[in-house]
Design a protein around this ligand. Structure first.
Ligand code: HEC
Length: 108
């Protein structure tokens, strides 16, 4: 492999990483709560919100179902336990939309 190619490869990796790290993350400003959930949350909480690495957000025993919106917003924004903070990835408005989507799916 030529040095030139390796250098280019390194550059593209760095570029990709920085886009990811600044939360460009590819979430459009006007994404709906559902779109944000699918793109950012589903890999940990499951497509149907019943949990994966992260806990279930719907159904019996899901702790967040009877917590206020502020609990969801706070958990998403600042992170909770091993869940990473999303405030660097999502805008405040996007976090609120994601929280509203979860609450909608919880039937409230
Ligand atoms: C990297 C995996 C991961 C991602 C991505 C993630 N979460 Fe989490 N989430 C977790 C884990 C793990 C917990 C449990 C943390 C704890 O209590 O120790 C959690 C907890 C929560 C809680 C609190 C649940 C409870 O029962 O108290 C809510 C609400 C939540 N996440 C919503 C979201 C939303 C909405 C998104 C997307 C914006 C999201 N999470 C993205 C892993 C993730």
């Amino acid at each position: 492999m030529s040095r030139h190619f390796l250098k280019k490869l390194g550059l593209s990796a760095a570029l990709l990483l920085s886009v990811y790290a600044c939360g460009g993350g590819g979430v459009p400003d006007d994404a709906t709560g559902r779109e944000i959930y699918v793109q950012v949350c589903a890999r940990c909480h499951g497509d149907d919100l019943t949990g994966q690495v992260g806990p279930a957000l719907v159904g019996e025993g899901a702790k967040s179902v009877d917590r206020p919106e502020s609990y969801l917003v706070q958990s998403i924004s600042a992170g909770i336990g091993s869940m990473p903070a999303m405030r660097g990835t999502l805008t405040e408005e996007q976090i609120r939309r994601a929280a509203r989507y979860v609450m909608e799916r919880q039937g409230r």
